[in-house]
Design a protein around this ligand. Sequence first.
Ligand SMILES: [Zn+2]
Length: 312
Amino acid sequence: MNALDSDGITIGVDIGGTKTHAVALGAGGEVLGEVRRRSGHGEELVVLAAVQAVETLAGELPGRAIARVGIGIPGTVDHLTGEVQQALNLGLDHVALGAQVSRRLGVPVHVENDVNAAALGSLGSPGEAEGRGAEPPSLAYLNLGTGLAVGTVLDGRLWRGVTGAAGEIGHIPLDPDGPLCVCGQRGCIEAMASGSGIARQWGADVPSAPEIADLAASGDERAASVLERLVWAVAGAVRLIVLAQDVRRVVIGGGLALALGERLRLPVLAQLREWEAASPFLASVAPADRVVLAPADRPLAAIGAALAARPV
Ligand SMILES: [Zn+2]
């Protein structure tokens, strides 16, 4: 038994809109076990789902004490107090999530925004050891889900911003002639490169992202135009992130990215390389070389929530 084992294990819980995913993390960052269950809606059921996921996972690892729990959740979070100020999809409004789960489990609980958690979780992904010498890792995790946001690790530490709003780049307009966004602006990144943005452009009966890619490949003009905007906006987001923060990696993840995989990565790289070919400046910064897809088989937000809960 090594030092961290004797100290107990850390469990990371990713509370999503539909699924709550708990992961037990060993000392070396290895996944010791995982449990998935349906998420609840509203304060009581969200807390219950998280507690039960941890208890089920603990039951599968007999003899291992839980030292602490980290939670990642889509919403505005005060990581110092563990309060979820708002998580609309889960029906939470000013909920002391960390305190409630902690009381039920009897261990310290840390709460983090899920995209920030996924950024931390990406540190152990392939390619992340490629820093120069002893350079601490700096990366961005670009989440393409229902919305779009970025989580940033700078010099090995999560950058949350002074009010926790760092990385809300979804509402930066890129195209003045682009689709209208929920926020009232036109051509926001999120209006083109997110599940909700695609749904708004498409209207009723929106197909899945892979179906849109299939339709585009078979010559459907509406699908081709939606896909083209998606690729253009993701490439634009990568360029923005790299120029603003000069991170070594931009990890593209989230449900939309996972659903499309290489069908997103390859055209995004092609777009970035086209821009690089036209600009010696952009070519010198080489944004295309920094893009990787999030691994489909690693629960980054749950792993990162566990990492965030560990004492520094
Ligand atoms: Zn917007």
